[in-house]
Design a protein around this ligand. Structure first.
Ligand SMILES: [Zn+2]
Ligand SMILES: [Zn+2]
Length: 130
């Protein structure tokens, strides 16, 4: 199992992901970087840099990640926003949405109600093609 934390790239981001292989991890990292950080193209040097930042998760985290299904949240804070967030837990999604809501929708305070709504709206991610 390999782990990647987005903040290790210098991003102000709580997102992290654990996957069985480096290839699977790199795929999901690419989706995250595109959706959230606007990285349209994964250049070989960027992929190399990211793979260097992969680490081994703790045994407990690896075991937990084994049973997790990736969840997806499509922003519904304002009509027309195409932003989405894919993460391993609803907590990570809520964190990411809070940052997005502040930056893009001028939401000063991400309330408990909003967090619950986001968690309820999160659904299973269908995979790379969607
Ligand atoms: Zn990130
Ligand atoms: Zn949005």
């Amino acid at each position: 199992m390999r782990e990647f934390a987005c903040k290790s790239l210098g991003n102000d981001c709580t997102w992290k992901h654990i996957a069985r292989t480096e290839e699977l991890l790199a795929d999901v990292v690419a989706v995250h970087l595109r959706d959230v950080h606007g990285v349209q193209e994964m250049k070989p040097d960027l992929i190399g840099k990211i793979k260097n930042l992969f680490s081994n998760p703790s045994p407990t985290e690896a075991e937990t990640a084994e049973g997790l299904v990736l969840k997806e949240y499509n922003c519904d804070l304002s009509p027309g926003c195409a932003w989405r967030y894919i993460a391993q837990t609803e907590e990570l999604i809520a964190d990411g949405v809070a940052v997005h809501a502040r930056q893009e929708h001028d939401v000063k305070e991400f309330t408990r109600e909003m967090m619950t709504r986001v968690k309820n709206a999160a659904h299973e991610w269908k995979g790379m093609e969607s």
